[in-house]
Design a protein around this ligand. Structure first.
Ligand code: SDX
Length: 391
């Protein structure tokens, strides 16, 4: 509280950059966005207010928030030509493939008159991406199920509009349940930013070359797709399906501990958290809340809670400080909301767009050089070319 964060010199040498956006204390399980604990934002804020905070550094006044929401919600449509771009994909293409392709293509539609070096233009690019990601995410889903694309409605809230585009059809338009809307807002807040994770570091590296923001965000989407990163939420559900029953848990725990078996307990462990991921705690509370409000008894929730209990009491996991991360419970809520597993990482990408673009804006607002990691070379020393007849 108005103190200073101090680091030991050893840590300082490993840091890849400086940032004022998000602070994580992995040992204590602390996550702050511009100094505000994630638990406060998850229960008291909404996603667009959190976007404003991440991008601008302070919570908005009423006027600032109204203006920001209006700016985001009045650019939710995408160029109609992107529908024919979508038709180039196979119907069974993974929605992450569609999102990656379409977001990269936005460069051709929305960037020709913007300039990375102009702060106002950077803000416009950020707004366009935040505006259009839900529309693109929902388009990817509708395309995969062969339904007509639902246009956005600017009179709805951010999460509500996304669920409208996901679940309504031209033949039947129903109001979106406030339970689902509140759950989606919380899920979006919990995934919004997370310091220098793999995908955010990717966006910063690509951004340091001067690439346009739409191409940068497409690179972040590609990085997030991996099962070791954002793809884990989908992998948790597939893992719970495979475990099937509480009686199989010990077998899978043994597999996770077996160094000869590549299987890892999905949704467990973290590069930084060596304590509970604070987002996982909120996600678990929301799980109970959403399932009881929807009147759903999901055996997979019981299975996940039993798996967590057994793993947390197992010496292998305790010695290695392996705890559930943000992905462990998110899939169960999304499934209860009727979202297919193929869309879990798409929703993660939709939310994390604000984190990626906030870091991109922060980096470009300060003097910076192209990011160029070095390596330790372990290959051959110099040697002569060998003609083919001597090989
Ligand atoms: C996200 O970086 C971020 O901030 C990411 C993220 C974000 O918001 O952007 O938080 C989102 O990506 C969360 C992580 C989602 N991924 C998963 O849930 C996949 C399952 N988790 C593992 O793949 C793993 O935990 C990682 C990839 C997340 C981290 O792996 P590390 O770097 O190997 O972790 P570590 O150094 O703490 O591992 C210590 C030991 C190792 O064994 P030993 O060599 O000491 O014998 O624990 C083992 C690891 O092999 N281990 C696991 C394990 N995670 C680590 N063993 C079994 N199951 C696991 N899940």
């Amino acid at each position: 509280s108005s103190g200073y964060i101090t680091y030991d010199p050893g840590f300082m040498s490993t840091a890849s950059c400086e940032s004022k956006i998000t602070f994580i204390d992995g040992d204590k399980g602390v996550l702050l966005h511009r100094g505000y604990p994630i638990e406060e934002l998850a229960y008291k804020s909404d996603y667009l207010e959190t976007c404003y905070l991440l991008m601008h550094g302070e919570l908005p006044s009423k006027e600032q928030k109204d203006e920001f929401v209006k700016s985001i919600m009045s650019h939710t449509m995408v160029n109609e030509q992107l529908k024919s771009f979508l038709n180039g994909f196979r119907r069974d293409a993974h929605p992450m493939a569609v999102m990656c392709g379409v977001v990269g293509a936005l460069s051709a539609f929305y960037y020709d008159s913007l300039d990375n070096d102009n702060p106002r233009h950077r803000e416009i690019s950020a707004h366009r991406l935040i505006s259009k990601m839900p529309t693109i995410a929902a388009m990817a889903y509708k395309y995969s199920v062969g339904q007509p694309i639902m246009y956005p409605r600017n009179d709805l809230g951010y999460a509500e509009n996304f669920l409208h585009m996901m679940f309504n059809t031209p033949a039947e338009i129903k109001p979106i349940s406030p339970v689902l809307t509140r759950a989606m807002e919380r899920i979006l807040i919990l995934h919004a930013d997370h310091e220098q994770n793999a995908s955010t570091s990717t966006v910063r590296l690509v951004g340091s070359t001067g690439a346009n923001p739409f191409a940068c965000i497409a690179s972040g989407i590609a990085a997030l797709w991996g099962p070791a990163h954002g793809g884990a939420n989908e992998a948790v559900l597939l893992m719970l399906d495979e475990i099937g029953d509480v009686s199989n848990i010990e077998k899978f725990i043994a597999k996770a501990k077996d160094k000869n078996d590549p299987f890892k307990l999905m949704g467990f462990g973290h590069r930084v958290y060596k304590n509970f991921d604070p987002r996982a705690k909120v996600m678990k509370e929301s799980c109970d809340e959403v399932l009881s409000e929807l009147g759903i008894q999901d055996p997979q929730l019981e299975l996940a809670m039993k798996l967590e209990e057994i793993a947390l009491n197992d010496p292998y996991f305790k010695e290695r400080n392996l705890y559930p991360n943000v992905d462990f419970y998110s899939g169960i809520i999304l499934k209860a909301m009727g979202i297919p597993t193929s869309m879990f990482t798409v929703i993660f990408a939709m939310s994390r767009t604000v984190g990626w673009i906030s870091h991109w804006m922060e980096m470009l607002s300060e003097p910076h050089k192209i990011n160029r990691p070095r390596q330790l070379y372990t290959g051959h020393t110099s040697r002569e070319y060998v003609p083919m007849d001597k090989r």
